[in-house]
Design a protein around this ligand. Structure first.
Ligand code: 7PM
Length: 287
């Protein structure tokens, strides 16, 4: 980022960094988190190694494109996805975490399961990312036992039911208050505030109007004082605004990431790392 940009931006503190185990990620410029899905669409026994090597290669590519960290998920948190057993999630995710971490890449793990959190921490992950906000029994303890950064997300309902008829009085206030309470619980469990990231959870129990209100009102969540992660990439709201299918949502997603950063997001979670990194360079130079 060009000199002076951070100091002119109300949300990027020049000396701040996110503590991720022994690693520090700078918070004086927006960070880009690349998304790596570990799927299991193979049908042979040899498929698991194949799936892992595809995910590892994808993570390496995203890092080469400029991702500051990559988020590895075994698809257990995906709305509408079939439930994934603990053993299956461990088998999908942990080899990928180990391989990417060994290459020096900061790895986030997208999981709701405390056992996966512990194994991922042992495998050297830089962040634990829980769409359930560390509300499962044992999740706060697993977060505290890890040295990794901790990203707590807001979700109304459960992945199976959350999109049926989400309702709020004041969506920004309710999400802000939920995240403030999760941060308090994490700190009470022993997670230092320099490790905590908060996420409004776009699309997780929110309709288009709710998502729009949260982007516009992101400052209320940023003002809690924690780095805020925004995940808008390729989501339904981008499709609703542009009329485009998932494969055609890159430009809309880049625009959404820029607005999120403009409104104070510290980290954007994206599929399309290269165009997002370029767009943020231009944003930083021109803002
Ligand atoms: C189907 C529906 C597939 C939704 C994938 C998804 C977030 C996350 C996800 C987010 C954080 C996606 C989501 N979204 N973690 N995991 N924030 N912290 O679109 O917004 O990637 S899964």
């Amino acid at each position: 980022m060009p000199e002076g940009v951070a100091s002119r931006h109300p949300f990027f503190r020049v000396n701040a960094s996110l503590h991720c185990g022994p690693r520090r990620l700078p918070l004086d410029r927006p960070l880009v988190m690349g998304i790596v899905n570990v799927t299991a669409d193979s049908f042979s026994d040899g498929g698991r190694f194949h799936d892992a090597s595809i995910a590892i290669a994808h993570g390496e590519r995203l890092a080469a494109e400029g991702a500051d960290l990559v988020d590895v998920g075994g698809e257990s948190t995906r709305p509408g996805a079939a439930p994934v057993s603990l053993d299956e999630e461990l088998a999908r995710v942990i080899p990928v975490v180990k391989a990417l971490s060994a290459k020096g890449i900061a790895v986030s793990v997208d999981t709701m399961k405390p056992e996966v959190m512990r194994a991922a921490s042992d495998a050297g992950c830089a962040m634990l990312n829980d769409v359930n906000g560390f509300r499962a029994p044992g999740a706060l303890e697993a977060a505290a036992a890890s040295g990794a950064a901790i990203c707590a997300m807001h979700m109304q309902g459960t992945p199976a039911t959350m999109q049926s008829d989400p309702r709020y009085g004041d969506v920004v206030a309710e999400v802000r208050d939920f995240l403030a309470a999760r941060a308090r619980s994490l700190e009470a469990a022993g997670v230092g505030r320099e490790r905590i990231v908060l996420d409004p959870g776009f699309g997780f129990g929110k309709n288009l109007a709710h998502n729009v209100a949260l982007v516009k009102g992101l400052g209320a969540i940023v003002s809690l004082g924690y780095p805020v992660l925004a995940g808008l990439s390729r989501k339904r709201m981008i499709g609703e605004i542009t009329g485009r299918v998932v494969a055609e949502r890159t430009a809309g997603s880049v625009a959404a990431a820029l607005v999120a950063v403009q409104n104070g997001a510290a980290i954007v979670r994206v599929h399309d790392v290269l165009p997002t990194v370029d767009a943020l360079k231009v944003w930083a130079a021109l803002r």
